[in-house]
Design a protein around this ligand. Structure first.
Ligand SMILES: Cc1cc2nc3c(=O)[nH]c(=O)nc-3n(C[C@H](O)[C@H](O)[C@H](O)COP(=O)(O)O)c2cc1C
Length: 220
């Protein structure tokens, strides 16, 4: 059922390392290929990387600043690039920008890929944190790199509950939602200098514009 598939598809960040048959990856690309696009322009190209040295290279490109460490155990990847879109002439005359809908088109096709993968029992994670220049250089690609899709078998037994659904099931209507961290570790500070320093660190973090939230159980 399509509704079940939608719930099954989630961002997989825990792969069991099992290799993926290339035929399955090609089925995912085929689903992406059948996705709708403005004027049927299909402004995308999928590069499939399945294991080996190229997988090592792409993993390096999608972990900027230590992000996406989970890809170490993921065997396969689709690199999705943006191609020039050929729109119908009256459309291009009107909108004056042939790439106007290319990003939407690519997003839709990536959704097709991920849903097909889920249907085949594969986990995926769409990766936007990509070092584009490095990908272009390593793989000799000239087009704009839009996304990478990590693809492999999940090590998790079942999909996570979608947060909205879990709340709705409990009869709780959601007005807004945010993730909160609840500190679990307690350390008693006795040294005056330690107490002052920890207080200062928390103040500095609170004042730092680059820090969005500071979670602690500091109590004097
Ligand atoms: C355009 C795009 C870029 C994303 N980039 C990353 C990424 O770099 N790393 C990551 O772990 N997840 C990434 N995600 C996954 C989202 O975090 C995820 O889809 C969202 O939290 C919803 O969770 P779900 O996919 O499990 O339903 C990206 C998703 C999209 C659509």
């Amino acid at each position: 059922m399509f509704n079940e598939l939608i719930l099954k598809r989630e961002s997989c960040r825990n792969y069991n390392g099992e290799p993926v048959n290339t035929d399955l990856l090609l089925k995912c690309v085929d689903a992406a290929r059948l996705s709708p696009s403005a004027c049927n322009s299909q402004p995308w190209k999928y590069y499939i990387i399945n294991g080996g040295e190229n997988a090592e290279k792409i993993r390096e490109c999608i972990q900027p600043n230590g992000a996406n460490k989970f890809v170490q155990n993921c065997p396969a990847f689709a690199v999705v690039t943006e191609r020039p879109a050929t729109l119908k002439s009256f459309v291009i005359e009107t909108v004056k920008n042939s790439q106007k809908w290319a990003e939407n088109d690519i997003g839709l096709s990536v959704a097709h890929y991920c849903l097909q993968a889920a249907d085949l029992g594969l986990g995926t994670c769409i990766i936007g944190m990509v070092e584009e220049e490095k990908v272009r250089e390593y793989f000799g690609i000239e087009d704009k790199i839009r996304l990478v899709i990590a693809t492999g078998y999940s090590a998790d037994e079942k999909p996570r509950n979608k947060v909205r659904k879990a709340l709705e099931d409990a009869g709780i209507k959601m007005a807004s939602a945010e993730v909160s961290m609840i500190p679990q570790t307690y350390v008693t500070l006795t040294d005056e200098a330690d107490i002052t320093n920890i207080g200062r660190i928390l103040d500095l973090l609170d004042d730092d514009d680059d820090v969005q939230e500071v979670y602690h159980n500091w109590d004097e």
